[in-house]
Every structure is written in C-alpha cells, then in structure tokens.
Design a binder for this molecule. Structure first.
Ligand code: XMP
Length: 324
C-alpha cells in the first residue's frame, strides 16, 4: 500500500540506483518548499554528492540568502553554495520596465549564473556532474504536456529547461508524481521546519515584478522592508496559514503626505493578500480594519520613501495575483 513513509524509502532507493555509486548531482534551491524538499531527499539518498546552488538574484525577500544558508546549509546539512549575483541581475535590469522583459532577463541570467557556478564545482571523486535535480510537481508535468490555453502567453514562467540542453545533464525529478499538499506532508516527515513547509509561494522573478517600473537597488530595498513588516504582522496576528499568498508592491507614483509640519512627496505601497485553492481564481483576504491600520502606520513610519499605503481589493479574475 502507498504511504508517504514508503514513498520516501522507495524514492531514496530509486535515486541511489539512478545515480549509481559515484556520480554527482547539482540542483538549484530557492528557499521554497519544492526545491527544499527535493534537496533534502537528495541529501538523504547520496549525501554530499548532491550540490545545491542558491543564486541570490538581488530581488529575493529580506535576508533570504542568509536564511537559506542557515536552514538548508547548517540546519539540514545540505552541501550548499550561495552565489551573490545581485549586481549582475540588477545591472541587466537597469532601465527595463516591461514585466515580460524583466521575467526573461531574470530567467536567462539565472541560467547563465547557474551554469557558470556548476562549472566551478569540482567533485572530490573526480567524477563529472551528471545529473540535474528539479523540484517539478505533478501539476507542472500536466501543465507542460497539455496546457495550451491563452494564459500561457500572459506570463513567461521562470523555468530552467535551458539548463538541460546546454549542460547535457540528465534530469532527476523526485517530486514529479506529487501534488503540493503531498510535498508539504513529505517535507514534514523529512524534518523540514513547519514554517518553511507552509511558506507562501514566491515567484521566480521575485521582487522585480513587485517593484512596478524600473528595478533599482533602492526601490528593491523599500519594497523588501515594507513586505517584511507586512508578513511579520500577518504572522503575529495568526493569519499566515489562512492566507494563500501575501506581499507588498511598490508603485512608481508619488503622493503627497504630511510628517510633522512638513509636506512630503513620496511613493505608495500596495498590499495584496489572497485566498485561493488553485491560483487560477482568487479572492482578496478580508482583514480587520485595525490590522490594516497597524500595518499601514508601521510601513509609513518605518520605511523611508513611503508616504501612503493602500490595500488591493480586486479578485482574480479580472485582476491577476501579481501586479505585473
Ligand atoms: P498571477 O499573477 O498569474 O499569479 O495571477 C498566479 C501565481 O503565479 C505566481 N507567478 C509566478 N511564479 N514566475 C513564477 O515562478 C512568474 O513569472 C510568476 N508570475 C506569477 C504568482 O506569485 C501566483 O502565486
């Protein structure tokens, strides 16, 4: 009979068979559930012959690279390299305002940085790297086979398909038969911390599509701080697990405000929080007024450059979850 405990044993054996006694495997980790669970499974199966690479693209959440280093590297004992490529990404994003172009630049730069880093990894065994790990889930498999709807062209989803062609690696996808809730269950059984297992999804292009308009280091810093405060308050209020996804966007408009007896002229933060089962349709989350009041006042007081906060009350459709 199929149980998750059996799945772990079967899958670990399958990975060992596939990889053999000496070959080496690389894979990207992002701090999200899927890549973390996949990486932990590889660690259990082949130890340090699995090399995880985390690319800091400069548009991750506040302290994310540092946090991943701690919970994947130190906590789970995964053989991990964190690559600081923020300058490279931000330089390429300079002057770019079109959301699709941002996505393409980030996807392509990611592949470039990952490949370069993979070449730097010289396994102690003297063997070449032979396999690439991907945290593909069952719905992704289905989507790539059968999904040809119009929305496919709405957004270019971040993918690493190009890696395979260029690097001639064989693919390992230990999660390809699982749904998201099964991956979470698996994560819990593998000893991955609860907060990580139940983390909201975060898009590949990250804060670059949450800073509307041009992405600069300064704009990213503002969006990041506001987002951090918002998520912290959501957690404090015990609402994190009731919400499917929440984040802050930085709008490229200025608005008048008043601080003491001074008039200010600064940017606007839009908060988004949604409830959904499949992300194809979504409702906005009905926060209490006092909660919104508290978050707005913290953001305006604690984040330089922001004078006004709004809450997005559009559902999907007609709006999308992200603002870009
Ligand atoms: P939308 O905005 O399309 O979002 O309603 C639905 C879900 O997809 C995520 N999303 C992305 N994820 N790369 C990703 O990896 C992307 O380019 C991208 N765009 C949207 C979004 O965060 C939400 O969970």
């Amino acid at each position: 009979n199929w149980t998750m405990e059996n799945f772990i044993d079967t899958e670990i054996n399958r990975i060992r068979q596939l990889v053999g006694p000496t070959a080496e495997v690389i894979g990207a980790v992002s701090g999200g559930v899927d890549s973390t669970v996949a990486a932990k499974l590889m660690k259990e199966a082949i130890g340090d012959r699995f090399h995880a690479i985390m690319v800091d693209n400069g548009v991750l959440r506040l302290n994310e690279a540092e946090n991943v280093k701690q919970f994947l590297g130190e906590g789970l004992g995964i053989n991990l390299s964190v690559i600081d490529a923020a300058d490279e990404f931000l330089t390429k994003l300079k002057g770019v305002t079109d959301p699709e172009k941002k996505r393409k630049i980030i996807g392509n730069t990611f592949i470039h940085v990952f490949e370069r880093e993979a070449e730097n990894i010289k396994p102690k065994s003297g063997e070449e790297i032979e396999f690439l790990l991907q945290g593909t889930l069952y719905p992704d498999v289905i989507e790539s086979i059968s999904f040809k709807g119009p929305s496919q062209t709405i957004k270019t989803h971040h993918n690493v398909g190009g890696l395979l062609e260029n690097m001639k690696l064989k693919l390992i996808e230990p999660l390809r038969e699982l749904f998201k809730d099964e991956v979470r269950h698996l994560g819990e059984l593998l000893g991955i911390p609860h907060d990580l297992v139940w983390r909201h999804p975060f898009p590949g292009p990250g804060i670059a599509i949450r800073v509307l308009g041009e992405v600069t280091r300064e704009q990213v810093a503002i969006a990041r701080k506001a987002d951090h405060i918002y998520i912290e308050e959501i957690r404090k209020a015990g609402l994190y697990n009731k919400i499917s996804q929440a984040f802050a966007c930085l709008l490229p408009v200025k608005s008048v405000g008043v601080m003491g007896d001074q008039r200010t002229y600064e940017q606007v933060i839009a908060l988004r929080a949604i409830e959904t089962t499949d992300f194809m349709t979504a409702d906005w989350f009905p926060f209490e007024h006092d909660f919104l009041k508290k978050v707005a006042s913290r953001i305006v007081n604690e984040v330089d450059g922001v004078a006004r906060v709004t809450y997005d009350i559009t559902s999907k459709p007609p709006a999308t979850v992200e603002w870009e």
